[in-house]
Design a protein around this ligand. Structure first.
Ligand code: SAM
Length: 360
């Protein structure tokens, strides 16, 4: 049964001639990590005291990001998401939004933020042409927020969420990573909070992404468990049929309130994954779990005319995407002795392995 619900994610149609990888998955979604810096230190993402940052001179300018995005959209990308690190730490982000919004091939231009700086920037981002905002918020309790993020910014995040609607955005999402014994008692409260703020809540299973050095299997709360928990409070929950590439499975409460669950740990969506990621220094990753990426910055800054460089990068992207076979989350799931994915010393040698560098 197809159940309609308002506030649905914009799903761009796959262009007919879209570039496909070795498993038939189209290149349609690109995430731009505009900075590796973050103003929170979430226990599941940046639990360490010290990090190695990308060199300043390697960071792509907005114009360089736009050149690369133009190449990707010419090859079929239709959804672009700004992320990080914390994207709102990148100065004048609205200027990048404005440049990207001028690209008519981008059907969905979105932002993922922790919300700390959102109250100050939401208006400018909306005016610049941003389509949608996703805010990460794991708890409604200030003390718990401090424990999870190690920064006292809860009030600013709540203010940021309140500002999103006033700034004119719709289709807002609130993403919460659910961890056993940490915030698994707040599922219903978060749904209520989303309802009060015109936002659809999505619960994310705790993932063993690189950087989650404290991850362990006991702390996962599975999609099945979340649904059972919510059914105790709300009664019958109905699944919503969605298109294959969406990461979240969506559900409706009996009053029509929609919510989502991203079950990347227990039910990976690798078979339909159309996403790739560009780091702030121009390294392109085809999987969140990939150990290596493709250096597009060097290609972009290499010799040749603008057209020659663009053609060279397009050829590179085409050949690399066609060869793509990554199914990182499925491979992790198959590992019986699963523990933290990348050891701390390896992360410290290569900041590109970090989730906050490659963009969550
Ligand atoms: N700073 C922005 C934010 O907080 O939304 C964007 C970057 S953050 C890395 C993107 C998303 O990744 C957030 O929703 C965060 O909760 C999620 N994330 C980070 N580590 C995770 C993990 N170990 N498991 C599941 N989700 C994770």
């Amino acid at each position: 049964m197809e159940v309609g619900a308002s506030n649905q994610t914009v799903r761009a149609k796959t262009p007919s001639g879209a570039l496909r990888d070795a498993l038939g998955r189209p290149l349609t979604s690109l995430r731009l990590s505009v900075t590796d810096r973050c103003n929170l230190r979430c226990m599941y993402c940046m639990p360490e005291e010290h990090y190695r940052w990308l060199p300043q001179s390697h960071l792509l300018s907005f114009e360089e990001f736009v050149k690369l995005v133009d190449i990707f959209t010419a090859l079929g990308v239709r959804r672009v998401r700004l992320t990080g690190g914390e994207p709102l730490l990148r100065r004048d982000l609205d200027r990048l939004v404005n440049l990207l919004a001028a690209n008519p091939l981008i059907e969905d231009l979105a932002l993922t933020t922790n919300g700390v700086l959102l109250a100050e920037q939401a208006g400018a981002l909306h005016r610049a042409g941003l389509h949608r905002v996703t805010v990460s918020l794991d708890t409604l309790r200030p003390k718990r927020f401090l424990d999870i993020t190690r920064r006292d910014e809860h009030t600013r995040v709540l203010n940021g969420i309140a500002t999103v609607r006033l700034a004119g955005f719709s289709g807002t999402k609130i993403d919460a990573v659910i961890m056993r014994g940490v915030n698994d008692d707040e599922l219903g409260d978060l749904i209520e909070f989303g309802r009060g703020n015109d936002a659809e809540v999505r619960f994310i299973e705790y993932m063993d992404v690189p950087g989650a050095t404290h991850w362990n299997v006991q702390n996962i709360v599975s999609r099945a468990e979340m649904l059972a928990n919510l059914e105790r409070r709300y009664g019958r929950i109905t699944p919503v049929v969605s298109d294959g590439s969406a990461p979240a499975s969506r559900f409706l409460l009996s009053d029509g309130t929609a919510f989502g669950i991203i079950a990347s740990t227990t039910a990976p969506f690798c078979a339909h994954c159309d996403r790739s990621r560009l780091t702030a220094d121009g390294i392109w990753y085809r999987c969140l779990y990939a150990m290596a990426g493709t250096d597009l910055r060097s290609a972009l800054r290499g010799a040749g005319s603008r057209d020659e460089i663009a053609a060279r990068i397009a050829d590179l992207v085409r050949s690399v995407w066609r060869a793509r076979t990554d199914r990182g989350a499925e491979q992790r799931k198959a590992d019986q002795a699963r523990s933290a994915f990348v050891p701390l010393d390896a992360l410290q040698c290569d900041p590109h392995l970090e989730m906050h560098t490659r963009g969550g």
